[in-house]
Write a protein that binds this ligand. Structure first.
Ligand SMILES: [Zn+2]
Length: 198
């Protein structure tokens, strides 16, 4: 909770926790007030807070205007920067493995760390939840095949609860992966492939 309280203080935000309905995780009010669903995990609270803070900082929906899809994209990008400050996260993304990033930035979820990691250091991010592929993405203009590269397959196959991290280098590709089971009934595998040279 420290991250959340520090951020609220630093940005002069009044923070409220409420039990919200299923689809609403949080919202912001014009008078620098942000309301967060109290049933969220701490990582999700942090993300939701940063997303709503981004809307406030950018003046979205003021005074009574609509919040557009463009606003949502802008809030999403700025939320990443509020949660994972680029001045430290950018160099770290080039030097550290995913597990090291997660240790250094415990305020963010694995998914947000992985998504932000490929934004700062272009790579192809793939996520499997219970063996079902739920994400395969890369920042533009990086092109990538929809099918996994053999090296990605190889790393994926070594990952399990007993061997939760793996890293392999190929000729012009490196792949790292993590296996995550946070006890919510989902076994998640995250793979990032990128070219070896910077
Ligand atoms: Zn939003």
């Amino acid at each position: 909770m420290k991250f959340l309280l520090d951020m609220a203080r630093r940005h002069d935000i009044e923070l409220h926790f409420k039990r919200l309905t299923d689809s609403v995780r949080g919202y912001s009010l014009p008078e620098r007030t942000i309301v967060i669903d109290l049933d969220l995990s701490e990582e999700r609270m942090n993300w939701t807070f940063c997303h709503e803070l981004a809307h406030l900082l950018q003046g979205h929906g003021k005074p009574d205007g609509p919040v557009t899809a463009q606003h949502e994209r802008e809030a999403h990008d700025q939320a990443q920067d509020l949660l994972l400050p680029p001045e430290t996260f950018h160099p770290d993304a080039h030097q550290l493995f995913l597990t090291e990033l997660k240790e250094r930035y415990p305020q963010a979820s694995w998914e947000v760390i992985a998504l932000t990691r490929v934004r700062h250091r272009p790579g192809v991010l793939t996520i499997f939840d219970n063996n079902k592929r739920t994400v395969r993405t890369a920042p533009q203009p990086l092109l990538y095949p929809s099918k996994l590269h053999p090296l990605e397959q190889a790393v994926r196959q070594t990952l399990n609860a007993n061997n939760p991290t793996a890293h392999q280098n190929g000729d012009d590709l490196q792949v790292e992966g993590v296996f995550i089971d946070e006890g919510r009934g989902v076994e998640r595998i995250i793979l990032i492939a990128d070219s070896d040279h910077e």
